[in-house]
Ligand binder design. Structure first.
Ligand code: GCU
Length: 132
């Protein structure tokens, strides 16, 4: 298998900003999405072949309220993921799940489904299958 990191601050941001005021992030910062339902970060993800990919999404949620998100690939049916509080905005953790990718370029959108918005998003690591 092979993995590629996609930094949230380099992705398409709808209703949010790239920031760097909470330490511990990878790259040059993270995305602070607006605290509204529907704010999202959309990654452009490449896959060498169609198939299942493992996504490791790194986030921080300094509140004590869950910030669930809908994960949708290429505009398809979403899967819901929970992003519970991590204790502090500088405490980052990783959520791992799988998606189906097409060969070539895919969109992977992380959309806030509550008024709290998304947690702060650092990156996704995408691991695609195959013989290495
Ligand atoms: C604070 C924090 C931000 C975070 C925001 C939120 O303002 O500094 O990084 O995004 O809370 O509640 O989403």
């Amino acid at each position: 298998p092979s993995g590629t990191r996609y930094e949230a601050e380099n992705a398409t941001i709808s209703q949010g900003v790239a920031e760097s005021n909470h330490a511990g992030y990878s790259g040059t910062g993270f995305v602070n999405g607006d605290n509204v339902t529907g704010s999202y970060v959309e990654f452009s993800v490449n896959a060498p072949a169609a198939g299942t990919a493992t996504i490791a999404l790194r986030y921080a949620n300094g509140t004590s309220t869950n910030r669930p998100a809908a994960i949708s690939v290429n505009g398809g049916a979403a899967q819901a993921r929970d992003y519970a509080g991590t204790g502090d905005w500088t405490t980052w953790t990783t959520d791992t799940f799988t998606v189906s990718l097409n060969a070539g370029v895919n969109t992977l959108r992380v959309t806030a489904t509550t008024d709290g918005g998304n947690p702060n998003l650092d990156y996704i690591d995408v691991t695609t299958g195959g013989v290495s």
